[in-house]
Design a protein around this ligand. Structure first.
Ligand code: ZN
Length: 171
């Protein structure tokens, strides 16, 4: 969903999206790293001085797994969108001066604004970095404590080393 900034009407553009909008579903899946179960929202895109302001609201629920107990959970992000895009970066975003505020500023690619990228960035910023049952954005689907899942204590031997077992070192 590319917006040509030059062609934006004075009053801006308002766009509602839902589970049938492929670009928005892709954005939620990439931003929250899970299969999309619910999706709804509205974005308002407006030219403001040298940049573009994106406001509105977005809600998505995706299927995820708790990293601790490995049970399936739902991650739900629901909140106001307020992002700002500038025509050209004054400094590269990967420089040391990067602050939390700077993370909310994106840059336009050749006068275009890709709303799929905007929405993906919103979900990536708002979603949990690590999914655990106790996280406020996580809805647990099954009752029961979040206990560390048992993992195989003896990982499979690296096949490159397996041959060493068969070597008769005493000749
Ligand atoms: Zn858990």
């Amino acid at each position: 969903m590319r917006i040509v900034v030059e062609e934006l009407p004075e009053a801006g553009l308002e766009l509602a999206f839902g589970p049938t909008d492929r670009w928005a579903v892709d954005a939620a899946r990439q931003g929250l790293d899970g299969e999309v179960l619910e999706l709804a929202g509205t974005l308002r895109v407006r030219r403001l001085g040298p940049g573009v302001q994106v406001t509105g609201r977005a809600r998505a629920a995706v299927a995820q797994r708790c990293v601790r107990c490995l049970r399936e959970v739902r991650v739900v992000v629901d909140g106001p969108v307020s992002l700002w895009y500038e025509a050209s970066p004054e400094h590269a975003p990967d420089q040391a001066a990067l602050t939390a505020d700077a993370l909310d500023v994106g840059f336009l690619e050749g006068g275009d604004l890709d709303l799929g990228v905007v929405l993906m960035e919103f979900f990536a910023l708002e979603g949990p970095t690590v999914v655990r049952c106790a996280d406020p954005l996580v809805e647990v689907l099954e009752e029961g404590p979040c206990e560390l899942a048992t993992v195989d204590p003896e990982p499979a031997m690296d096949p490159r080393f397996a041959i060493l077992k068969d070597l008769d070192l005493d000749g």
